[in-house]
Ligand binder design. Structure first.
Ligand SMILES: Cc1ncc(COP(=O)(O)O)c(C=O)c1O
Length: 376
């Protein structure tokens, strides 16, 4: 006999049942179905993906990998790992690929958090930090931002002897601000040694080279540090789920025990290798993003929309009614990201798209809100 259950009846752990589900950007197919739109005319600017797609070399690698689908992938991701080791000037043992950086965020939570421990998390942080901590039954210490920036002093002060992990993203999603390298180094030196600092650099490549944190300096300052990177953003491989962590081998060795075996697909490994070797492609993505970031920022200013200057591939801008405007834009075939779940009900986040996509977005935004929207 089938027994109907609702959320209240669940026999799952209460702290797990209380975790808010991850709020993903809506896929084009779902929006097309709901609003009766032609999928080909929908512009998706909701998940900070790469509007240029991925490198043609990565596409070739994916085709080649398709023939190996019946075999398990290389467990150790040998070729990818060794390329990352060389690129980052670290030794073998310092790099661990995972199924997106999300995978490594959850591994860090599982290795370092549990009942009786806490995670220190800045206000306006990527949602998986909190859900990862909550899934472990750990408590969360939320640290208010200072304006739109992380309050680094307050984060240091928030640490307790029970803190297992401190999560910090720079550039930060959903805000787009970044921590200057010197401030980051001083901050890392000030965090007590027992805390694993997870430094999430998902948007690193969108920073000008001089503003990117220097890995060698960071690992010299702090041993208990896990740096996370991803192939989902500048490399345009989000669907293949590839990310990696860089950390002292003693940390990598713990994370490895928590890995889903064969989590990184063969296509993911081969495409990531090909993309790393195609510097010309990522360079062109960086250039498009820089130019369109500047153009969109100017358009917001001219149109009377407050926005937060962005160091990433998305921009937070003020609309008054975030969810309502997102819905109105969606009806017109433009998918943006409401950020009410971050306590930002009057703002929206838009990913920086191709020139034509940004023009379509701006055209609809101006029609919907001809007067713009100041935060007041
Ligand atoms: C700050 C940050 N970290 C991590 C991720 C997860 O990326 P992935 O799991 O695709 O590597 C994202 C995705 O948007 C992000 O914004």
């Amino acid at each position: 006999m089938m027994v109907a259950m609702n959320d209240k009846d669940t026999t799952a752990l209460a702290h797990v049942a209380a975790i808010p589900p991850y709020p993903p950007g809506r896929p084009i197919s779902a929006v097309a179905r709901e609003f009766g739109l032609d999928p080909a005319r929908i512009v998706k600017l909701a998940s900070n993906e790469n509007p240029m797609g991925c490198s043609p070399k990565a596409l070739e690698a994916i085709h080649a990998a398709a023939k190996l689908t019946h075999q398990y992938p290389d467990f150790d991701c040998y070729e990818l790992r060794e390329l990352l080791v060389a690129e980052n000037g670290v030794e073998t043992g310092w790099v661990l690929p995972g199924a997106g950086s999300s995978d490594l965020i959850l591994q860090a939570a599982r290795g370092w958090l549990g009942a009786g421990r806490n995670a220190v998390i800045p206000q306006y942080s990527f949602a998986s930090y909190e859900s990862g901590a909550a899934a472990q039954g750990a408590s969360v210490i939320n640290v208010p931002a200072r304006g739109w920036d992380h309050d680094l002093d307050a984060l240091v002060k928030a640490v307790t002897p029970e803190t297992g992990v401190l999560f910090l993203a720079t550039p930060n999603n959903p805000i787009g601000t970044a921590v200057a390298p010197a401030a980051l180094e001083a901050f890392l030196a000030a965090i007590p040694a027992h805390v694993l600092v997870v430094l999430d650099e998902a948007y690193r490549e969108f920073l000008p080279a001089a503003e990117r944190p220097d890995l060698q300096r960071l690992i010299a300052i702090r041993r208990n540090l896990l740096v996370l990177r991803t192939f989902s953003k500048i490399h345009g491989l989000a669907a293949l789920r590839v990310g990696y962590g860089i950390a002292h081998p003693s940390i990598i060795s713990i994370l490895k025990r928590l890995q889903l075996p064969f989590a990184v697909s063969t296509a993911g490994q081969m495409a990531a290798v090909a993309s790393l070797r195609d510097r010309r492609f990522t360079q062109s993505c960086e250039e498009l993003n820089t130019a369109e970031n500047a153009r969109l920022s100017r358009a917001f200013a001219e149109g009377g929309f407050d926005h937060v200057p962005s160091r990433a591939n998305f921009i937070l801008f003020h609309v008054g009614d975030g969810p309502g405007t997102a819905q109105a834009l969606m009806r017109r075939g433009v998918i943006t990201r409401p950020v009410a779940n971050y306590g930002l009900k009057t703002w929206l986040r838009v990913s920086i798209g191709l020139v034509e996509e940004n023009d379509i977005f701006l055209g609809h935004l101006r029609e919907l809100l001809p007067e713009g929207s100041r935060a007041g």
